[in-house]
Design a protein around this ligand. Structure first.
Ligand SMILES: [Zn+2]
Length: 253
């Protein structure tokens, strides 16, 4: 749903910065418009799977929640649901707004979890596998749930930064709790881990059940989507790749 007023500045207008509002003027707008102005002004992408927390100021998340709630109430009305007398849906707009912003799409609105990195003092250089990490996400096409598992393979070198095992799960959760498509989610996770850990090799496999195949569409209940990203030594070394995949198969069995 696009806000009606004020109109978004056109890109050419933004280029000259003549219409770009300062924070004082922005204060007159709704929180979503304010945040959008900052994003456009900074030339920052804000797709469904992008994290926009750097552009959200204190207190604005609460304002966003109220805005989303009001729009969801309109959606319920458009669906011709009598939310006044139907006690089950009376509070649904508020519940769903809260769920979107603080649970299932939380990874868009909150900064990356704190992760402490340790230098690889003991120079570990053995294949390390983390997983399965439970994945809960949503497809960006229908906002239907995606439930699955992720395995991460790391081959560190002496310059790698190691992070605690539980942190892999936290980074994974942060990236997955956004509307996604699976291929992009896996690539995003790989980029984040590559940048932090700087391993010689990085492998990620994600296996997930897409509810937009079950609730709607073909109603195929058994289909799972599996995809993987292999980088560095996992690409070059077939033995390493085999070792990773066979350990993973053993876990799945
Ligand atoms: Zn879908």
């Amino acid at each position: 749903m696009k806000p009606e007023t004020p109109p978004m500045p056109t890109l050419s207008a933004l280029d000259s910065r003549t219409t770009f509002k300062d924070e004082e003027e922005l204060a007159q707008l709704s929180a979503s418009q304010r945040i959008r102005y900052r994003l456009v002004g900074a030339d920052c992408r804000y797709h469904a799977n992008d994290n926009i927390s750097a552009y959200i100021k204190e207190g604005e998340l609460e304002e966003l929640k109220a805005e989303v709630q009001a729009k969801l109430q309109e959606v319920l009305e458009a669906l011709v649901i009598d939310t006044d007398s139907d006690h089950n849906t009376h509070d649904t707009a508020r519940r769903v707004a809260k769920m979107f912003l603080t649970e299932i799409f939380r990874g868009r609105y909150t900064p990356m979890p704190e992760v402490t990195e340790f230098p690889n003092i003991t120079r570990l250089n053995e294949l390390m596998i983390v997983g399965p990490v439970t994945v809960r996400s949503a497809c960006s096409h229908h906002l239907c749930p995606i439930m699955g598992r992720v395995w991460i393979g790391i081959l560190p070198n002496e310059h790698s930064n190691l992070i605690g095992l539980s942190k892999y799960a936290r980074i994974c959760e942060w990236i997955m709790s956004r509307p996604q498509i699976q291929e992009e989610a896996v690539t995003m996770l790989a980029n984040e881990l590559q940048g932090r850990v700087k391993p010689d090799g990085l492998a990620i496999v994600m296996e997930a059940d897409h509810f937009c195949m079950r609730w709607r569409g073909v109603k195929d209940t058994g289909a799972k989507m599996i995809n993987s990203v292999m980088r560095g030594s996992f690409l070059k070394d077939a033995n390493l790749r085999r070792e990773f995949l066979s350990l993973l198969d053993r876990q799945k069995a």
